[in-house]
Design a protein around this ligand. Sequence first.
Ligand SMILES: NC(=O)c1ccc[n+]([C@@H]2O[C@H](COP(=O)([O-])OP(=O)(O)OC[C@H]3O[C@@H](n4cnc5c(N)ncnc54)[C@H](O)[C@@H]3O)[C@@H](O)[C@H]2O)c1
Length: 263
Amino acid sequence: MPSSPEIFAPGLFAGKAFLVTGAGGGVGGATARLLARLGARLAITDVNAPALQACAGATGAIPLLGDLRDGLACSEIMARAVAGLGRLDGLVNAAGLWVEGDSAAATEADWADCMDVNLKACFFLCSRAIPALAETRGAIVNISSDAGVVGNAGAAIYCASKGGVTTMTKALARELAPKGIRVNALCPSDIASPMLEMQASRYGGDDPAGYFNRLLAHYPQGDAARFLTPEEVAQNVAFLMSPAAAGITGAAVMLDFGLTAGY
Ligand SMILES: NC(=O)c1ccc[n+]([C@@H]2O[C@H](COP(=O)([O-])OP(=O)(O)OC[C@H]3O[C@@H](n4cnc5c(N)ncnc54)[C@H](O)[C@@H]3O)[C@@H](O)[C@H]2O)c1
C-alpha cells in the first residue's frame, strides 16, 4: 500500500465544522482524522460505541452514538451536532452496510437494514443539514460506490441502495445549488477497511484470500490491481469539501482505478 502524503495546506479547514458519519469505520474514521488534522472541529457518529470513542479520542470530536436506521435518530444527531459545533460547514455520509448473496434467498431484513443505513439515513441527514449548511454555503459528500453506478452480481440490494445515493445526490445538488450548497457523491471501488474484511470472512467461505482475488480480477491493472486505503478516500473527501472543488456539484466522482470505465 502507498503511504498518504499530506497534500493539503495546514489549517485548510480552520474555523470550519463538519459532521462525519461512520466515524468508527475505515473511511469515516480516516476522514475525521484528516479533517481534524487540517484544523476542522468535528461531530462524529456511529453505532459502534468503542470505535466511536476511539475516533473521538484521536480527533477531539463530539461523539454522538446512534443507530442511523432510525429517521428520528438522524434528526437528533444532526440537531446535536449543529448545537454542539455552533455551525455546520460540511456533512460526510460515510456510514454504510454491505449485504450480498443470492437474490432468491434475500430477506426483507436484508433489504431494510441496507436501505435504511445506506440510503434513508443518507437522505435524512442531508435533509436535516440543509438549514445549517445554507448559512455557511457548505457542502455534502455522500460515499456511494462503484456499485452505485454499475451492477455487481450478488449484491442487488447494496447496488440499489448506492444507486439511490448517486442519483439522490444529483437531485439534491440541483435543488440546493440556489442556497449555495454543493452535494457530491464519491464512488470508490473496494477499500481495505473493516467492511471488506467482514465481506471476506462472512461471504468468502473458507477462502477469504480467494474472495479478495476474485474482486481484484475485475480491475484493469492486472497484477498491480489493489484496494484503496481509507486514507486515499479521505483525501478525496477533503478535496471535494475544499474551495478547490467550488465548481463541482452533482458529480459522481469515480475513485475506482477505471473499474467502471468500460471493458
Ligand atoms: N469497503 C469498501 O470496499 C467500500 C467500497 C465502496 C464504498 N464503500 C462505502 O464506503 C462507506 C464507508 O465504508 P467503510 O469501508 O469505511 O466501512 P466500515 O464498515 O469500516 O465503516 C462503516 C461504519 O458504518 C457504521 N454503521 C453501520 N451501520 C450503522 C448504523 N445502523 N448506524 C450508525 N452507523 C452504522 C459501522 O459501525 C461502521 O463503523 C460505506 O458507505 C460503504 O458502503 C465501501
